[in-house]
Design a protein around this ligand. Sequence first.
Ligand code: PLP
Ligand code: COI
Length: 343
Amino acid sequence: MEKKNLDWANIGFSYIQTDKRYVSHYKDGAWDEGVLTSDASITLSECAGVLQYAQTCFEGLKAYTTEDGRIVTFRPDQNAKRMVNSAKGLEMPPFPEERFLEAVEMTVAANAAYVPPYGSGATLYIRPYMFGSSPVIGVKPAEQYQFRMFVTPVGPYFKGGARPLTIRVSDFDRAAPRGTGNIKAGLNYAMSLHAIVSAHEEGYDENMYLDPQTRTKVEETGGANFLFVTRDNKIVTPKSNSILPSITRRSLVHVAKEYLGMEVEEREVLLSEVKDFAECGLCGTAAVISPVGKIVDHGTEICFPSGMEKIGSVTQKLYDTLTGIQMGRIEAPEGWIHEIPVK
Ligand code: PLP
Ligand code: COI
């Protein structure tokens, strides 16, 4: 299979249309069998549930080319499960987990020419999503849905790759205490758009959101969870019912404990203790683990000792081990790597 002629080393995190996408329709209480299509457009009723009341959720995972040339995905079963939870939280019919995995295989295999080569620095981002497609005017769930999945080759989520980020403590909230923060609802991201645009306008890369109830505890950013490293080399990561349970964060916790022999604390993290940490990183599928150099809290700067020039040593170790597992250089825990059969 010949790869597409893309400038792999220089693609950013943006949409590049690929050849095939997967679609399955839900109607009369059942999902149809699902097909791949070349048509990248969707025609919808003007009154579709997604357009009127934002009834939509999504997922994000990646496919990689390993050192020995296989195409693999990382823990897709966890994305399938999380999407079931997201669907339930939005009163949508869950897409069966085994069918999600089959759709990942079909969509990635059909676009194998777009999976970036090993060592290129790029990966193939997979975007499963579903939405209410039938007309809804009273506030209620739609009766018909589409589950879709497309892929797009991507480079680093944050411009500049491993350059430490500057983030600010946001005055806006991304999720309510008993709302939808723990599922991947499109509406959470709509909530964050004004905050991210104004953060960028003020020169920040991202927002640190606090718990909306007390505004004293660290939650997450718009698209990634936090990992901190203490000065005595422990990992600390915030625990909260209103943050997205990141698969990358859960994987890094395992890597820290089992591969690096580190202690890990998953607990509430107060904003007031952040100044005492040695390193800070943002973790997620898109972010992998991106180092944070500085957090600005209304004019007060928290500067991590790792600085603004380079990634901290523990963050680097976590990054190297996780990407080593994903790209087949380091042996993975049972069930983490899912090979895509390509004809
Ligand atoms: N938090 C938010 C709000 C996200 O959008 C994401 C991205 O999926 C994450 C965290 C990281 O989750 P994961 O590691 O499963 O990609
Ligand atoms: C991901 O990491 O997959 C995300 O969904 C984060 C962002 C692109 C929304």
